[in-house]
Design a protein around this ligand. Structure first.
Ligand SMILES: Nc1ncnc2c1ncn2[C@@H]1O[C@H](COP(=O)(O)OP(=O)(O)OP(=O)(O)O)[C@@H](O)[C@H]1O
Ligand SMILES: [Mg+2]
Length: 319
C-alpha cells in the first residue's frame, strides 16, 4: 500500500503538519497523533476501533476530534460527525453524523452519485426506508422507499440494527475507513447507545473508527458508556481512551493496557491498578469480570506529547 498517498497527513512536511494542528487544536499534537494513529490502524488493518475523548467543558474534545476531519478526507476516508443534546430526539446524533456522509456523496460527480444510489439500494434492500427516516438526506439518493412490513418490537429493533450496520458498512470499506465522531456522549439517548453497542459487536463493519467525546459529568452517563466499552471489549474491539483533563505527569506516562489473556506479558503500569483507568473503561472492564485488566500489562512508552492515552484491548484485538 502506498502509505504516503493513503495517509498523506502523516507524511507531510513537519511545518505543514504543525500549521494544520495549530489551526485547530494548539498544544494538542500528542492527542492528535493518537487519533491519527488509530485512523491509520483501521485504514491499514481494517476492523473496528473505539476511541473515547473525555474531559470537562472547554477542554478541547470537540476541537480535537474535528481536527481529524480534513486529514481523513484528504486520505479518501469518510468523516461524519453528530452530537447529542440534553433531552434530544432518539437517534438524532447518528442521523446527523450519517447526514454528513450523505452530503459528501451528493457533492460527487453525477456518475459517482449514480454509483452510490445503486450501491446503497443494494446494501439496504428492503430496509432502505428505515434509513431514510434516520437520515432524511438519503431521500435524495433513494427516493421514498416503501416501508418494510411491521414486525414485533424485538424483531423490528434487530432489523433497524441490521439496516444501520448495512448503511455504515457501505462507507466503512477497506482502504477507505469511516470515522464516525459522536460528540457529547454524556447526553446520548439510550436508543443511539444501543445501536452503537450493536455496531461494536462482531462482525463489525470492515473499517470503522468510532470516535466519541464526553464530559465525565453527569456521572450517571458513565454507566451507559461503560456498557459501550464493555461491548467493545467483549467483541475484541480495540479501545483507546484519551483524557484531556489528565494531569501532566500522567500525560507524560501515557499508558496502554492489554487484556492479560491476549496481550503481551508485562508489569503493572506506574499509574497503578485498573481503578485508575477512566471511569467508563474501568467500569466496562468490571462488567466483564475485570479478568483482563487486573493483569494489565504496561505497553509501549508514551508518544512523548502531552497525551494521556489508555488503551485496553480484549484477546482478539489487533496487536
Ligand atoms: N488546544 C487548544 N488551545 C486553545 N484553545 C482551544 C484548544 N482546544 C479548544 N480550544 C478552544 O476552547 C474552546 C472549547 O473547546 P471545545 O469546544 O473543543 O471543548 P469541549 O471539550 O468540546 O467542551 P464541551 O464539553 O463544552 O463540548 C473552543 O473555543 C476552542 O476553540
Ligand atoms: Mg464539545
Amino acid at each position: 500500500m502506498d502509505t504516503a498517498r493513503d495517509f498523506p497527513f502523516s507524511h507531510r512536511p513537519a511545518a505543514s503538519a504543525r500549521h494544520r494542528a495549530a489551526a485547530v487544536a494548539p498544544g494538542r499534537d500528542g492527542e492528535l497523533a493518537a487519533l491519527r494513529e488509530a485512523y491509520q490502524r483501521v485504514a491499514g488493518r481494517g476492523g473496528v476501533e473505539l476511541l473515547l475523548l473525555s474531559g470537562g467543558a472547554g477542554s478541547g474534545k470537540s476541537a480535537l476530534a474535528h481536527s481529524l476531519r480534513q486529514p481523513v478526507q484528504r486520505a479518501h476516508g469518510w468523516f461524519g460527525a453528530g452530537r447529542s443534546e440534553r433531552g434530544g430526539l432518539p437517534y438524532a446524533c447518528l442521523g446527523q453524523a450519517c447526514g454528513e456522509l450523505v452530503q459528501r456523496v451528493l457533492s460527487e460527480s453525477k456518475p459517482g452519485i449514480a454509483a452510490w444510489k445503486v450501491g446503497l439500494r443494494a446494501a439496504l434492500g428492503g430496509n432502505a426506508q428505515l434509513m431514510v427516516m434516520l437520515v432524511p438526506a438519503l431521500e435524495r439518493l433513494l427516493g421514498r422507499p416503501e416501508a418494510p412490513p411491521p414486525l414485533a418490537p424485538l424483531a423490528a429493533q434487530q432489523r433497524l440494527r441490521a439496516a444501520f450496520r448495512d448503511l455504515l458498512g457501505a462507507f466503512a470499506r477497506p482502504g477507505q475507513p469511516l470515522v464516525l465522531f459522536l460528540d457529547d456522549l454524556q447526553w446520548a439517548d439510550p436508543a443511539s447507545l444501543a445501536l452503537l453497542r450493536d455496531l461494536l459487536g462482531a462482525p463489525g463493519p470492515a473499517a470503522l473508527l468510532l470516535l466519541g467525546a464526553y464530559r465525565p459529568q453527569p456521572a450517571a452517563a458513565g454507566a451507559a458508556l461503560a456498557r459501550l466499552t464493555a461491548a467493545a471489549l467483549r467483541s475484541g474491539v480495540a479501545l483507546t481512551q484519551i483524557d484531556l483533563a489528565a494531569p501532566e505527569a500522567a500525560a507524560r506516562a501515557g499508558r496502554r493496557w492489554r487484556d492479560g489473556a491476549g496481550g503481551r506479558p508485562g508489569h503493572a503500569p506506574p499509574g497503578g491498578a485498573p481503578e485508575r483507568l477512566p471511569a467508563p473503561v474501568a467500569a466496562g472492564a468490571a462488567a466483564l469480570g475485570d479478568s483482563g485488566l487486573a493483569h494489565a500489562a504496561a505497553g509501549p512508552a508514551a508518544r512523548g506529547g502531552p497525551c494521556s492515552s489508555w488503551s485496553s484491548s480484549s484477546t482478539v484485538a489487533p496487536g
